[in-house]
Design a protein around this ligand. Structure first.
Ligand SMILES: Cc1cc2nc3c(=O)[nH]c(=O)nc-3n(C[C@H](O)[C@H](O)[C@H](O)COP(=O)(O)OP(=O)(O)OC[C@H]3O[C@@H](n4cnc5c(N)ncnc54)[C@H](O)[C@@H]3O)c2cc1C
Length: 597
């Protein structure tokens, strides 16, 4: 089991060069943000997470959680202690509104910290992650009165938040949910219903749990148009802010899972006795709008899970590959076996992990900064451009990165050979933990449908067209540069041209079922090409920095990693294209009954 080493140099490279962190300080509300302060804080966060949170990861996996007869849920002591320190050090409040005790830093900084938190202990990270996403919705849609009571403690992390949508008959189809809500004379509401799979639905790590529950008000229209959002506290809060009576909210079961053993996945009964006291957030029947604010944030952070776990798996595989000796690499001394890192096939696995990790990180931080622009941009045009860019990239960041998370953590197991299959090395935990990320927060199939049916047609296709043009401009820049970057430009140009073709085919298609059939390969193609774009830009920047500052092995490695991606990963995008455009009929060519044979 190796220690976690926060990838601070690469995070800083992306923030400085791809995201233009310094430029953010010109946005209203970010005037206090000094880039150097952000980098210092990230160094500090990385140190804290590696020292305090990362060691709890194997403990959480092996011990898991327990539910007592009284419905309480116990998580390992080491994680409770780490959470207290996390909150006291202020790491939960990075992005929160300063009016409510937050630090008011850009979301992209919180995203960078969340990557390191997830890599340190994914099960643990879900608690602050869901709280932050709940805060996002609540800040935007909650009444001033509710915010005065709940927001500060949610931002600080003293109280945690949940997101309670799923019911047995309402998974991907949220509109099918049945939990009901009714108003009381005193202006409060009551909620009644059972929700399943509620992450961190019950625990004692925080003093109170604030559930954000979707339910139907009386006479609500069917489907998603009839859903409202309610705040349901575990403990009611007295007028002076102290904790009052226990609300009618109970954890009636916990799931036993493939991974994230230390994250309680709860069956929650709301209001089984007499209705749980609840407060309406936003308007009646406008719950999905509020929830989307929460889900967009959460989707990006789930994408980060693919990234964070890949990093942890990569570091572990790299350490193992340097130590483990087997066979003799060609050209090595005759009388001794070689470390497996000297074998080309092991190098291929490690380079595949490294290159995809760097590509994912750039995409995710770029998506996050687009969200910052959407909230804080100086004018309407900038804000709208940020909103549209974030809307386009979020499903890709979520689904491409989490599919890669499963693939790369699996490669991490493979590098270990047989020992990867043995739990004590810890390699398998990353793979088991990674497997949930393509499923929750909208399955990756649902993300692909979102991309094809809603996102590429944004502003009549202009949003995606602008992004494709940016990619083409980078390809042209690479092609006109010297020192071996030209071939990278050619690969990128070809890949972008293929993506333009499938995008136009989807936009022009008259049968929506064809688009749905091609959605998943299209999202994959998009992710692979976007990765090539960010690494192409990275190579150009590294090349320019090297010219100005003499030799720097880290920058040379950045160029070599980008070249590996352009030569060995980017061409895979073309392989997805036929499946995008083949149409739906092939998928249904075999009659349902014959599928069994
Ligand atoms: C560990 C864990 C934690 C979770 N945490 C939370 C939480 O905190 N809060 C919460 O509310 N929920 C949570 N969930 C629920 C999670 O979001 C759902 O499991 C997920 O949305 C999928 O729903 P489902 O399980 O009902 O699958 P289904 O909707 O039954 O999907 C099954 C398959 O069918 C596909 N499918 C479904 N509908 C369509 C369609 N229209 N077109 C094409 N394909 C389709 C899906 O992509 C999937 O492959 C959690 C789940 C787990 C396992």
């Amino acid at each position: 089991m190796s220690d976690y080493r926060p990838p601070l140099r690469d995070i800083r490279f992306v923030l400085e060069n791809i995201v233009d962190l310094e430029g953010l300080s010109s946005y209203p509300g970010f005037e206090h943000v000094e880039a150097e302060d952000v980098y210092d804080a990230l160094d500090e966060a990385g140190r804290f997470l590696a020292e305090v949170v990362a060691p709890t990861n194997p403990i959480g996996d092996s011990q898991g959680i327990t539910r007592n007869e009284d419905g309480s849920v116990i998580v390992p002591d080491e994680m409770v202690a780490a959470y207290k320190q996390f909150v006291e050090a202020g790491w939960a409040a990075i992005k929160g509104d300063m009016e409510y005790g937050g630090h008011g830093f850009p979301g992209v900084m919180a995203t960078a910290i969340q990557e390191m938190l997830t890599a340190s202990n994914m099960a643990f990270s879900l608690c602050p992650m869901l709280t932050t996403s709940a805060v996002e919705a609540f800040q935007n849609h909650g009444s001033e009165e509710l915010k005065a009571t709940y927001l500060e403690k949610l931002i600080s992390g003293e109280w945690s938040g949940t997101m309670a949508l799923t019911e047995p008959e309402a998974g991907s189809d949220v509109g099918a949910l049945r939990a009901k809500a009714w108003p009381e004379d005193d202006g409060t509401w009551r909620v009644q219903g059972t929700k399943i799979f509620i992450t961190w639905g019950e625990h004692e790590m925080a003093d109170n749990i604030i559930h954000f529950v979707l339910a139907r008000a009386p006479e609500a229209p069917p489907g998603i148009k009839g859903i409202s959002l309610f705040l349901v506290p575990k403990y009611l809060v007295n007028a002076d802010g102290s904790l009052g009576d226990r609300n009618d909210v109970e954890c009636i079961g916990v799931e036993h899972k493939l991974g994230i053993h230390a994250s309680p996945t709860c069956v929650m009964a709301y209001g089984e006795q007499h209705g749980a006291v609840a407060y309406l957030v936003g308007e009646v029947n406008a719950g999905m709008r509020c929830m989307f604010t929460m889900m967009n944030d959460a989707r990006l952070h789930v994408g980060l899970e693919g990234l964070g776990l890949s990093v942890r798996a990569y570091q572990q595989a790299l350490d193992y590959a340097k130590e483990r000796r087997q066979g003799r690499a060609i050209g090595s001394p005759k009388d001794q076996s070689s470390p497996i890192i000297d074998h080309p096939d092991v190098r291929r696995m490690l380079m595949t992990m490294k290159a995809n990790i760097e590509a994912m990180r750039a995409l995710i931080l770029d998506t996050s900064v687009a969200s910052d622009r959407s909230e804080r941009g100086a004018d309407d045009e900038t804000r709208l451009a940020g909103t549209n860019r974030a809307a386009l990239l979020t499903p890709i960041a979520k689904a491409w990165a989490t599919d890669l998370g499963v693939e790369l953590t699996s490669l991490g197991v493979q590098v270990h050979g047989g020992m990867g299959f043995i739990e004590e090395t810890g390699a398998a935990q990353h793979w088991r933990d990674a497997r949930i990320a393509p499923i929750y927060e909208g399955t990756n199939g649902i993300q692909a449908m979102d991309l094809v049916m809603r996102k590429i047609s944004l502003a009549n296709g202009k949003v995606v067209a602008d992004y494709l043009d940016e990619m083409d401009a980078t390809a042209a820049e690479l092609m006109s540069s010297e020192n071996g970057l030209r071939s990278m430009g050619e690969s990128l140009r070809e890949a972008v041209s293929g993506l333009r073709e499938t995008t136009n085919w989807l936009l022009d298609s008259s049968n929506p079922n064809d688009g749905l059939a091609g959605a998943t390969p299209y999202l994959r193609q998009f992710g692979v090409v976007a990765g090539g774009y960010y690494l192409g830009r990275s190579a150009l920047i590294a090349h320019n920095l090297l010219e100005g500052n003499g030799d720097d092995p880290w920058l040379r490695a950045k160029i070599d990693t980008s070249r590996f991606y352009a030569d060995q990963i980017l061409p895979q995008a073309a392989g997805s294209a036929p499946a995008v455009m083949v149409g739906v009929d092939q998928l249904f060519a075999i009659d349902g009954d014959l599928l069994a044979q």
